[in-house]
Write a protein that binds this ligand. Structure first.
Ligand code: NAD
Ligand code: UDP
Length: 339
């Protein structure tokens, strides 16, 4: 293939699949790479259906050096969007080595392959978790960094590695995208968040209660210093988040160096506000009970989004009503996930 293309690792996952759509719709050619450890290849078929475009779907691991060399030899890869990684905080506490191996070692393999093949452009999926427990809100990109669990450590280590690489190679073009709380789904209802087992995150838990798969939601604490006592987060529609990646890629075509960007809406909502909004837009009642705080949770976390607005010319468009509607649309279309 002689056309420039983007290698998307973790393309079959929740955020990767939505970003593939935005990349294809913006006219980019892509190659998807995923080991399907936390996803289903159906998601990529749906991406092709939605966009009417096809692309190579490679089932494989970012730690597979030979496979990476093959891909960089066979395709003219201009940039890498790196979503592949494990993301369950609790699992990372129980099994840290799996996280260091998959996330850190996997990224090192990928970066070494990029170096061997002279690919300089990278968009990396970081997370607001690198800020640790926020010292102040809204959080801007200069907030001190501090990981409070092994998953967060892997993101922080990778960020620091990338800073060093950008120092060593002044031709590097790297965007660190620090996501806040992605929820929602593509408007078609064909792709969305499809966690295996018990959801760790709030929105998939809510939709599974609403569809009857789980009895009730546990709210982790109602004694925080917030308007109703429940935790505040910056929920962002996954399609807005995906569009932010396209903007970051465009930015890197004229920028050498490394920059971190918060991708959030800049607005915080409590757990109870999200539940009430979900009930309002779907007409579904969400039974819940209040339980203890979840260890490691912060009370309030939301982004200052000025840098992304000014530098990437990107701003989230969708409100939490739309996020709830689209999450529910995907759940009702796929009550048992993609299977
Ligand atoms: P996801 O699990 O849906 O997607 C990750 C994808 O990577 C999966 O399809 C999985 O099969 C694949 N993968 C994992 N290890 C791999 C490997 N070694 N080789 C090839 N493929 C591999 O998760 P997501 O929510 O789409 O998250 C994407 C990225 O964004 C992750 O790096 C995650 O840490 C980060 N992130 C997610 C959130 C969130 O709330 N969803 C927030 C902040 C950051
Ligand atoms: N939360 C909850 N019940 C759940 C899952 C999450 O009350 O079953 C709360 C959690 O304490 C936090 C918010 O919902 O205040 C968002 O949690 P999530 O795990 O989705 O994101 P994160 O904590 O990683 O920002």
């Amino acid at each position: 293939m002689h056309t420039n293309c983007i290698l998307v690792t973790g393309a079959a996952g929740y955020i990767g699949s939505h970003t593939c759509i935005e990349l294809l719709e913006a006219g980019y050619h892509i190659i998807s790479l995923d080991n399907l450890s936390n996803s289903h290849s159906i998601a990529l078929q749906k991406v092709q259906e939605i966009t009417g475009k096809t692309f190579p779907i490679i089932e494989g691991d970012i730690r597979d050096k030979e496979l990476l060399d093959q891909l960089f030899n066979n395709y003219k890869i201009d940039a890498v969007m790196h979503f592949a990684g494990l993301k369950a905080v609790g699992e990372s506490v129980e099994n840290p080595l799996i996280y260091y191996d998959n996330n850190v070692k996997g990224t090192i393999e990928l970066l070494q392959a990029m170096q061997r093949h002279h690919v300089k452009k990278l968009v990396f999926s970081s997370s607001a978790t690198v800020y640790g427990i926020p010292k102040e809100v809204p959080i801007d990109e200069t907030h001190p960094l501090n990981a409070i669990n092994p998953y967060g450590q892997t993101k922080l280590i990778i960020e620091r590695m990338l800073q060093d690489i950008a120092q060593a190679d002044t031709e590097s073009r790297i965007a660190l995208l620090r996501y806040f709380n992605p929820i929602g789904a593509h408007e078609s209802g064909k792709i969305g968040e499809n966690p295996s087992g018990t959801p760790n995150n709030l929105m998939p838990y809510i939709t599974q209660v609403a569809v009857g798969k789980r009895q009730e939601l546990s709210i982790f604490g109602d004694d925080y210093e917030t308007v109703d006592g429940t935790g505040i987060r910056d929920y962002i529609h996954v399609v807005d988040l995906a569009k932010g990646h396209v903007k970051a890629l465009e930015y890197l075509s004229d920028y050498k160096g490394i920059e971190a960007f918060n991708l959030g809406t800049g607005k915080g909502h409590t757990v109870l506000e999200l539940i009430q909004t979900f009930e309002k837009v779907t007409g579904k009642k969400i039974p819940y009970k209040i339980t203890n705080r979840r260890p490691g949770d912060s009370a309030i976390c939301y982004a200052n989004t000025t840098k992304a607005q000014q530098t990437l010319h990107w701003k989230a468009q969708f409100n939490i009503d739309k996020m709830c509607q689209d999450s529910w649309h995907f759940q009702t279309n796929n009550p048992n996930g993609y299977e």
